[in-house]
Design a protein around this ligand. Structure first.
Ligand code: SF4
Length: 274
């Protein structure tokens, strides 16, 4: 049967960059990659039910990241806390954020919302870090998560880890303007204070680049963009309606971390049609 959704002459949009978000979409479901990044299709399904709770969860995550960014840019924490006096959850997240930062720092140089890019398979690959800090000749990337962290193996396999480590290794010294001997990536859950820690050396970077090149070449040569066979991946996908893959699930805090689904993929609350 001819699939009328996929244009056989599809092309990547102009100025397209590969990112952890679009490559994770491809790895999770080729059809999601096609709908979102090639067809640029709006999503007809709500993320989950009840929608006001989904909205609150996404909005809270977004607010937290804004507060952290302002703090890193020099706004006093006391002032920031006054703005969230009505929200004890964000207050707890800020406590854990400060504790993690105290443990990982202090840093001699720091960059907030830093974007770095490199080329793989002759294509641009972009990584945007919540935070990068340097102490002596060690460079540390940090990603704040408001949900629970996956186990180490799952996290290691995610495109975010692959790309963040590779790009940090390749471009970190240029960013810092000095030689860097050690590279580390931390995921910090402000939900429960857990952290996951990864490092990268030259041998790892070679392996990561080969892995990434394989995925990018798969994208470039893709034709059918099949629907994933793993129905679980459809659970919180906003294209469920288009793919006839089920109705809106109930939001369950044990299941969903907005970071792991759409918030982290560049979708904001305003973009989701509740
Ligand atoms: S609903 Fe399922 S099959 Fe359809 S795009 Fe989303 S993840 Fe893929």
């Amino acid at each position: 049967m001819i699939d009328k959704i996929v244009d056989p002459n599809w092309q990547l949009p102009p100025a397209f960059h590969f990112t952890q978000s679009n490559l994770q979409d491809f790895v999770d479901c080729e059809r999601r990659f096609y709908l979102r990044h090639i067809a640029q299709q709006r999503w007809p399904s709500p993320l989950a039910e009840p929608q006001d709770e989904v909205e609150r969860a996404l909005s809270r995550g977004s607010r937290f990241h804004q507060l952290v960014e302002r703090h890193q840019r020099g706004v006093e924490m006391d002032i920031l806390r006054e703005s969230i006096i009505d929200d004890a959850v964000i207050g707890d997240w800020l406590d854990r954020y400060e504790a993690a930062l105290a443990e990982l720092g202090p840093f001699e140089q720091r960059w907030v919302e830093a974007s770095l890019s490199t080329r793989v398979a002759n294509k641009p690959v972009l990584a945007k870090y919540d935070f990068i800090g340097r102490k002596e000749n060690t460079l540390v990337g940090i990603d704040w998560k408001t949900g629970r962290l996956p186990d180490v193996q799952r996290l290691q396999e995610r495109m975010q880890t692959v790309i963040y480590l590779l790009v940090l290794f390749r471009e970190g010294a240029r960013l810092a303007g000095q030689e860097i001997d050690n590279f580390a990536l931390y995921y910090v859950s402000v939900n429960d204070g857990e952290t996951r820690h990864f490092t990268v050396n030259a041998q790892d970077a070679h392996r990561l680049a080969t892995q990434l090149q394989g995925v990018i070449e798969e994208v470039i040569h893709a034709r059918d963009f099949p629907l994933t066979e793993d129905i679980w991946k459809c659970k919180y996908c906003l294209y469920r309606g288009l793919c006839e893959r089920g109705t809106s699930p109930n939001l369950n805090d044990d299941d969903i971390s907005p970071d792991d689904f759409w918030l982290d993929f560049g979708v904001t609350v305003d973009e989701i049609e509740f």
